[in-house]
Ligand binder design. Structure first.
Ligand code: C2E
Ligand code: MG
Ligand code: MG
Length: 749
């Protein structure tokens, strides 16, 4: 028969509390045992305790009433005797007494626990009490948790324990409740939400660690305190009162509260309050669950900001602009007044951005945003649509012309340079397009589109200006789209040609060079002037391919002429600033010259003045690389941009071409005469060659020749010609070796 004390040293006997899932009436046996005990303890005590039957009955009732069951364990045999039901119970239940080997009753996992408890008990002097909790099964029932208590009731002569007796109580339900309680406490402890239990007087009764973390208080600083401890200020008094009323009356409240931590820092919390009724206390308790949503709220605000504002300039973005414009239109419908939408684009911003770097580009955009807003005033919406595009909405206009005035003011405001940083500032001009509600359109999308189209027209008109939308622009916009498409195929289809315009040298008294001018004849669209398609080529990026084609074609043509005996002729090629600033332009020139086998000193590159000045320093480095190669450099259309002769000193420029606009007024217009004379004088002082463009009359020619202008170009000499014709023209007027300086007026060709 298995015994629990088997592994324990001999002589030590172990008693195990058996698992008694038995009615209390079974305690009859316990009474019997007690009787035995009492007999051993002497008569006197027995006499004091009263008659045995009576005592048995009392004990039986006591066991029945407390739910305890009797057991005794015979150490030698390992047999456990136990009652299964209270005997003679008032409810008439019947006692059953059973004896079984203890092993068969205990849950396998709890047997070591029982052994150890017994060993400990028997090793002691036996005076204490054996107490253990374990699972037992009786009569094949489910495992039940019992708490068994007992002590030695019989010993041999040597004092070794022979029997242990005691009672056992089914604690399955209690243990389950305790476990639930432990889990609940653990959950509360590990919760991220702060939980506070508050009594009916709204004083803290209990808080969890998250509450202490969230508020910065210690438990002792909180418990017993009024729940107003966290209230932020007097404003929250009302909220707090409302909360109390709701919680007390309806048992529930939820909302957001602004609270204050111990260190004074504010935080925003969602609060969920539920009232529970505590049966023991008889008074209600309020359970508060708090969630700190300060960060979440901030993130939400940031998201809302990001959705509506441009992060770089802090101006409204496209979506907020549309919303505001729609509202403005609704207001204008009521008032019957006009709205102007101004679409602004910074001229040549991409080049500046590419050459100065994006950080400087960002600063320019921020400075431009401020400049626009300051000019139109804070009460008008200025939005950034992306890139260098801004939109301005002007409400309450009486007439469409009023928008022109604002556009003019903006252009004027940009004449003062924008500060990039401590050391650098830059001048950049805007081009603006204007559309007017209700004259041009009645919806926000249409108005924006029209202002955009008008802006493109302003660019095409030479930039740094504004245009008001009209229907013709729509046609122009459509043509642009068509041209862009056609331009993409222009090289594959071989639709480009060069026209060459001779340049007369005063010193050499003949044609010393020609300017290559691009011509595009499209079989479907006809002849398209360079002033129309070059800006489109720049915008679409096709200018690089096209520009390289011009350079190669010009060099090839002139090389051919050289082979035909015109050894000293040079060629000028127009270069867009985009070509110069993007990619490795000096490398491209080098490659083309090498491929064609063209001498660099016979090539001149023309760059328009306004674009060079916009970013003189960056351009200077590249120009220097070209000069080092031996290529000459000319400033084209001099006088049309932010002319500054001072800049010329810094740039490795060899030639200045006075724009035909100044030549046109010669010799009668005193201003044009003065400007032309000054430019010639100063350019010579700086050692540069001067070319006058657009010479159309003999009078112009004489004026320029008298002022010492070095070269002349214009219809008076020759219109741009196809290469073969130009070759014939040049042959007739060859340059004649170096002529004496300061040649007088030449005879018209
Ligand atoms: P530009 O470089 O200033 O060229 C001179 C322009 O003035 C040419 O116009 C020419 O035909 C015109 N012209 C010449 N003499 C006279 C005159 O006596 N009176 C008048 N009223 N005009 C005269 P075009 O050929 O229409 O070219 C216009 C502009 O297009 C050029 O101005 C140049 O900036 C640009 N361009 C032409 N070809 C190219 C090219 O291959 N690449 C680049 N990037 N631009 C080019
Ligand atoms: Mg030119
Ligand atoms: Mg020119």
């Amino acid at each position: 028969m298995p015994k629990l004390d088997a592994p324990i040293r001999r002589g030590v006997r172990v008693i195990v509390p058996s698992q008694l899932h038995v009615p209390v009436a079974a305690l009859l046996v316990a009474l019997l045992a007690l009787c035995v005990m009492l007999a051993l303890r002497g008569r006197a005590r027995r006499a004091r305790a009263g008659a045995p039957d009576e005592r048995v009955e009392r004990l039986t009732l006591a066991l029945w009433a407390t739910g305890e069951r009797y057991w005794d364990y015979d150490v030698a045999s390992g047999q456990l005797r136990h009652t299964t039901c209270a005997m003679v119970a008032p409810d008439g239940s019947e006692v059953v007494e059973r004896t079984a080997p203890i092993e068969t009753l205990l849950h396998p996992e709890d047997r070591p626990i029982a052994r150890e408890a017994l060993a400990r008990y028997l090793q002691g002097d036996g005076s204490g009490r054996l107490q253990v909790q374990l699972r037992v099964a009786i009569d094949g029932d489910d495992w039940r948790w019992v708490r068994a208590r007992g002590r030695a009731v019989a010993r041999d002569r040597d004092g070794a324990v022979l029997r242990i007796a005691g009672t056992a109580l089914d604690i399955t339900a209690t243990r389950a409740a305790e476990r639930e309680h432990r889990i609940a406490a653990e959950v509360l402890r590990s919760m991220r939400e702060a939980v506070a239990v508050i009594d009916a007087q709204f004083r803290y009764v209990s808080v969890n660690p998250a509450f202490l973390r969230m508020t910065g208080y210690t438990e002792s600083e909180v418990l017993g305190q009024d729940a107003r401890l966290l209230d932020d200020n007097s404003d929250s008094e009302d909220v707090s009162r409302h909360l109390r009323e709701q919680a007390t009356r309806h048992g529930h409240w939820s909302g957001e509260l602004r609270q204050r931590r111990k260190d004074g820092e504010q935080f925003l919390a969602t609060v969920e309050c539920r009232t529970v009724h505590d049966a023991d206390l008889g008074t209600p308790l309020h359970v508060f669950v708090l969630n700190d949503i300060t960060h979440q709220k901030r993130a939400e605000q940031e998201l809302r900001y990001l959705a509506n504002f441009d992060t770089l300039t802090s101006l409204p973005n496209r979506s907020l602009l549309s919303e505001r414009l729609s509202r403005a239109i609704a207001r204008a419908q009521d008032t019957g007044r006009r709205i102007a939408v101004l679409f602004l684009d910074l001229d040549r911003f991409k080049d500046i951005n590419d050459s100065l770097g994006h950080a400087a580009g960002d600063r320019i955009l921020r400075a431009a945003a401020t400049r626009v807003q300051q000019t139109v005033g804070m009460h008008h919406t200025v939005a950034r649509l992306g890139g260098d595009e801004f939109t301005i909405v002007i409400e309450n206009l009486d007439e469409a012309q009023a928008a022109d005035r604002i556009a003019r003011e903006i252009i004027h405001a940009f004449e003062a340079p924008l500060r990039i940083d401590e050391r650098r500032q830059i001048t950049i001009s805007p081009s603006l397009g204007i559309s007017v509600y209700p004259d041009h359109a009645r919806g926000p999308t249409e108005l924006l589109k029209q202002a955009d189209i008008a802006m493109y027209q302003a660019k095409a008109a030479g930039r740094r200006t504004f245009m008001r939308y009209d229907d013709a622009m729509d046609i122009a916009a459509r043509r642009r789209t068509t041209l862009t498409g056609a331009l993409r195929e222009v090289l594959d289809r071989g639709e480009l040609r060069l026209a060459l315009q001779p340049r007369h040298s005063m010193a050499l008294d003949g044609i010393a060079s020609v300017e290559a001018l691009l011509r595009w004849h499209s079989p479907t669209l006809g002849e398209i002037p360079p002033s129309e398609f070059i800006p489109i080529a720049e915008e679409s990026g096709l200018i690089h391919e096209i520009g390289e084609w011009v350079l190669r074609e010009a060099c090839r043509t002139i090389l051919d002429w050289r082979r035909q005996g015109l050894a000293d002729i040079s060629v000028s090629v127009n270069v867009s600033l985009l070509q110069l600033l993007r990619g490795d332009f000096p490398g491209v020139v080098r490659r083309v010259l090498d491929e064609v086998g063209f001498p660099p000193e016979r090539l001149e590159l023309e760059l328009t003045e306004s674009v060079l000045m916009a970013d003189a320093e960056h351009a200077a480095a590249r120009l220097q690389a070209l000069r080092t190669m031996g290529v000459s450099l000319a400033i084209d259309d001099f006088g049309t941009g932010y002319s500054s002769l001072a800049y010329l000193k810094r740039l490795p420029i060899t030639t200045i071409k006075i724009d035909k606009a100044f030549v046109a007024g010669l010799p009668d217009d005193p201003e044009d005469a003065a400007i032309t004379t000054t430019v010639i004088t100063m350019a010579h002082a700086l050692g540069r060659t001067v070319v006058a463009e657009g010479v159309e009359t003999e009078a112009q020619l004489r004026f320029l020749a008298e002022r010492g202008c070095d070269e002349l170009q214009g219809y008076w000499i020759s219109r741009p010609l196809p290469p073969a014709q130009c070759l014939a023209f040049v042959r007739e007027r060859p340059a004649h070796g170096p002529a004496a300086a300061g040649t007088g007026p030449v005879a018209p060709p």
